[in-house]
Design a protein around this ligand. Sequence first.
Ligand code: ADP
Ligand code: MG
Length: 600
Amino acid sequence: MAEKKQSDLGELLHYAGERRGLTFVGLALSAISMLLGMAPYICIWLVARDLIAVAPNWSAATNVGSYGWMAFAFAVAGILVYFAALMCTHLAAFRTASNIRKQGMAHLMNTPLGYFDNNASGLIRNRLDGASAETETLLAHNLADIVGTVAMFIGMVVLMLVFDWRMGAACLLAAVISVVAMFTMMGGKNAGLMQEYQAAQDRMSKAGTEYVRGIPVVKVFQQTVNSFKAFKEAIEDYSAKAGYYQGDVCRVPQSVNLTFTEGAFVFLVPLVLFLAPGALASGDFAGFVTNFAFYAVFSAIISTALAKIMFAASGMMLANTALNRIRQVTGAPTLEIAANPQAPQGNKVEFKDVSFTYEGATEDALKNVSFVVEPGQTVALVGPSGGGKTTAASLIPRFWDTTSGAVEVGGVDVRNMDPHVLMDQVAFVFQNNRLFKTSILENVRAARPEATREEVEAALAAAQCDDIIAKLPDGIDTVIGTEGTYLSGGEQQRVALARAILKDAPIVVLDEATAFADPENEALIQKAFATLTQGRTVIMIAHRLSTVTGADKIVVLDDGSVVEEGTHEQLVAAGGLYARMWADYNKAVTWRISSDGEVA
Ligand code: ADP
Ligand code: MG
């Protein structure tokens, strides 16, 4: 266990780079500052000795003032050295935190884009930010305190035994009892209890979040909190565990612990009473009383030391959680970049016997898929939901890499291409295209940062966005997502199309949105599609068959396999899956029209 912590820490410190040494300097300074902080207690002993020696003629104790100043100087020096220690550890910790962020981000740059579908970007950011914040606390504060506490503990034991070992042992005995009580609470069979208790707390807070998210459902369906069984059970479970752990398990040990930490002198006083007659007889009663005065004051330090040990132990647990978060990010798969990238020749796209399985999935999402898209052609991928259309389209920009077989663009396997070249070659409009929280201008310009304002305006016009721009307060300079400037799904899709038009890539991959609320938007999107696809190689995933009848070729994907391919006419005549889909589609359309008529 201890060894593992060591390596966790080593791994974290590795991120500090050349500032790693500063951490060790800081730790050493922290130890020194703790020892300096104990020196005033020795001054107290000296004061007590001098006073008792001259009692009751107090004015004869001439050195007391200078001892006071010494104590003050030690205390101030301790604080200053502690500041210096924290300065060092912070410099290293900040570098560590920033390197964790930088290296994490650098790693993510080489991660397949599909990774971000399964790992929401907010979650990834949370992991990185959380980890770097935790490391900061750990490396800048906790570690220095841990080392300081160890130094303090050693200093304490030495001082305990140096003046009068019997009195020191009496004080230590109290400390030992409180430590033992502490461990009976947290160690042995109770260690599991503590974890269960914390796990129950975690479950409760997670279920609470779910519950808050579900409030709209609760309201709409007029449910009560009892219908959120998971939340209710989590609360009850937590309350049972908390009651048992805190009430039954901890009550006695914790009382013992607190009694002996706060009352470290409980053995000291009886011991001194017991020893006093002997000391009187020996003649050095003044020295005996001096030592007692010292220990009576010094025993107060014990509770501070023990509290720090508790605190330090919980700090060490942070190292592990922080590392796990970092590993989740740095453990993400990366795309392999070809050592000798090849340049694509032309704009042909070809799937060669492609199979693909999602990580963790038992079934292949694509099975031996082969088809060709000649330059300038429009090819539509159609088929039942879950057939593999989106997956196939995602393989072209390397959202994922194929499990076997190859996707070629311009005769070159996409894995053998410079990713930048690939990205320049292909434009994508996907269903969940995200718009950034910036102006429309910048949102569109993201596709080609050097584009002029006029070019952006032209692209927006070609994507039929004029009505959107017209109703926005600042035209194309309106920031999306600020007060009152939210775009509907159809409007967002059109802005995304403008982006693709501006990019002007020779190959376009389109994942058409399933349904739009208003037919007006739909007609405009169709127009924008037409502009975008003109003169380009297009692979289009169509959900409404009316948009694919004019395609040069239709590839029908069912259950991950190509089951048919041909033009609309050929496939309708063939009477297979496509013909059935076409018949269903026409039925649905006529049904919609007639039912619309009736309603109106
Ligand atoms: P389509 O676009 O034709 O509706 P998809 O390509 O989205 O089909 O899905 C094909 C298969 O792959 C489905 O069985 C689906 O459940 C699975 N799938 C899709 N996306 C993922 C993913 N990110 N992780 C795991 N499985 C996925
Ligand atoms: Mg899909």
